[in-house]
Design a protein. Sequence first.
Length: 113
Amino acid sequence: MLESEKLAIAAHLHVVMRRKMGRVTDVEWLVRSPEYAREIIRVALAEVAHPELVEWGQRFLAAMFPPPAEARAVPARAMAERHTPSGFGESRFGRSTNAPTAPPPARYVGRLR
């Protein structure tokens, strides 16, 4: 996740905490320090009386500490079915039926003046 996205979620969490609990946080430090982020997330998730605060706490938790790669890994078979070897998905427009059958004739390119 981009740093700016983490910062935006932290800012939302800061505003909700200030409105609901009167707690002021340092948004920049919240994104930079994992220890501080864990503590603020713990406080936000403990406030079950404020569902909006719990929601933003969960969002920030997912942004700062995503699950390990094996927990979110897509099975190789599903990945192979979805993507071509180049990494791009199949075109939703299908294959072209009017593909050229013969190469175009060679064109004479003269010299530069």
